[in-house]
Design a protein around this ligand. Structure first.
Ligand SMILES: Cc1ncc(COP(=O)(O)O)c(C=O)c1O
Length: 400
């Protein structure tokens, strides 16, 4: 007889963004010219200065376990970065380095959540947040957002959700945002901070897309808005997106000592330290940054301009202008209601688009937003031009 899985595991579904990427990759191996807007990672190579530091670490035999929370040199580099870029003062003991920001969030949730605690998040949300709450034995609770407001959490709506959620303990906030590309303003963050402090809610502030921000906007960390909110916040960041280092696996959490220390104890029994060579490479990434990082940001900005300007010209499609990350999330509701292809939801829309025009998008349902699709423009300009052309042609074909 097959061994029964745990009840908790039965709630966990595979990541829809990874599944679409796998499907597109399979079609590519069959020789099909697929344009993949599903992936959430920079299409650039890791900059040379970072790779050099990794080579040096190997040559120096820096290949053993390190301290569980990360080497002191790296935690100091992270403290310097947080002070320099965000005006935040932390000591190395307030920093936990983990194998990716994904692991950082899960370690913190595990450290703070008890059974029945509630973890609040916006819809649309990043695909992993609800499952991470469930893995930490907590309950995900969704905060409704409005398209007109870029799907950002509004303080009064948040306050109402907290009132109706007796075990609300954590809010996960993500700016710049995946999947919408929205960026929260200082005022929006101040209002959310006030609600969280008043209700003793911990903010997990996922700032992984901090460096990918356009229109000369400033990224603001909610933790920097005052002493009280800093005590109520764990900042999450990492190197995957800004430094094109997704495969190296390194993220970090910065926050109140007792939470970081507990999250470190969790990590000590899950994964232990991040691989030693990656840690050395990240010291270089943060301390010796060269112009390649800014070059990547400018290229994402150029692509954002093109894709947004093209999408908003499509009839019956609405789209908020993304200001950060590398995603854009148009609303295709009109086409879901007025098509002759028998398409009833965004999943079927994406399936047909992939089959007929070989363009991979992620259906908004994956993020809890059923009327939309998500493009990742971490793709070459040529592919973006051709992919959006095919998308537009598909909409024209199915239109009733
Ligand atoms: C919003 C958000 N947070 C966290 C992560 C995880 O990043 P990492 O590669 O550091 O685990 C991602 C990756 O896609 C993301 O989109």
């Amino acid at each position: 007889m097959a061994i029964k899985l745990s009840n908790r595991t039965k709630l966990i579904k595979p990541s829809p963004t990874l599944s679409i990427t796998a499907k597109a990759a399979q079609m590519k191996t069959e020789g099909i010219n697929v344009i993949n807007f599903g992936v959430g990672e920079p299409d650039f190579d890791t900059p040379e200065y970072i790779k050099k530091a990794a080579h040096e670490a190997i040559e120096a035999n820096f290949t053993r376990y390190t301290a569980n929370p990360g080497i002191i040199e790296l935690r100091k580099a992270i403290c310097d970065k947080l002070e320099r870029d965000n005006g935040l003062i932390y000591a190395p003991k307030d920093i936990l380095v983990s194998p990716g920001a994904k692991a950082s969030i899960l370690n913190v949730l595990t450290a703070v959540c008890d059974v029945n605690d509630q973890v609040l998040m916006a819809t649309p949300y990043w695909v992993s947040y609800p499952y991470q709450a469930l893995l930490a034995n907590a309950e995900p609770v969704y905060v409704f957002t409005r398209e007109e407001n870029g799907y950002k959490i509004e303080a009064d709506i948040l306050a109402r959700v907290i009132k109706d959620s007796p075990c609300a303990k954590v809010l996960i906030l993500n700016s710049p945002n995946n999947p919408t590309g929205s960026v929260y303003s200082r005022q929006e963050l101040e209002e959310i901070a006030q609600v969280c402090v008043d209700n003793n809610i911990l903010v997990i502030s996922d700032e992984i897309y901090e460096r990918l921000i356009y229109d000369d906007l400033e990224h603001i960390s909610i933790a920097s808005l005052g002493a009280e909110i800093k005590e109520h916040t764990v900042v999450i960041n990492g190197v995957s997106k800004a430094y094109a280092m997704t495969g190296w696996r390194l993220g970090y959490a910065a926050g109140p000592s007792h939470i970081i220390s507990a999250a470190g104890r969790v990590q000590g029994h899950y994964t232990s330290c991040v691989n030693s060579i990656t840690q050395k490479a990240c010291v270089a990434a943060l301390n010796d940054e060269d112009e390649s990082i800014e070059t990547m940001r400018k290229e994402f900005w150029r692509r954002r301009d093109f894709i947004y300007d093209t999408l908003i010209k499509i009839p019956h499609l609405t789209c908020k202008k993304p200001q950060g990350a590398f995603y854009v999330m148009p609303n295709i509701e009109w086409y879901l209601q007025n098509n002759k292809a028998g398409i009833q939801d965004a999943y079927q829309f994406c399936d047909q688009l992939l089959e007929k025009h070989h363009v991979a998008l992620v259906a908004g349902g994956a993020f809890g937003q059923t009327r939309t699709v998500r493009f990742s423009y971490a793709n070459s300009m040529d592919n973006i031009i051709e992919g959006v052309r095919r998308f537009t042609q598909f909409l024209e074909e199915i239109k009733a």
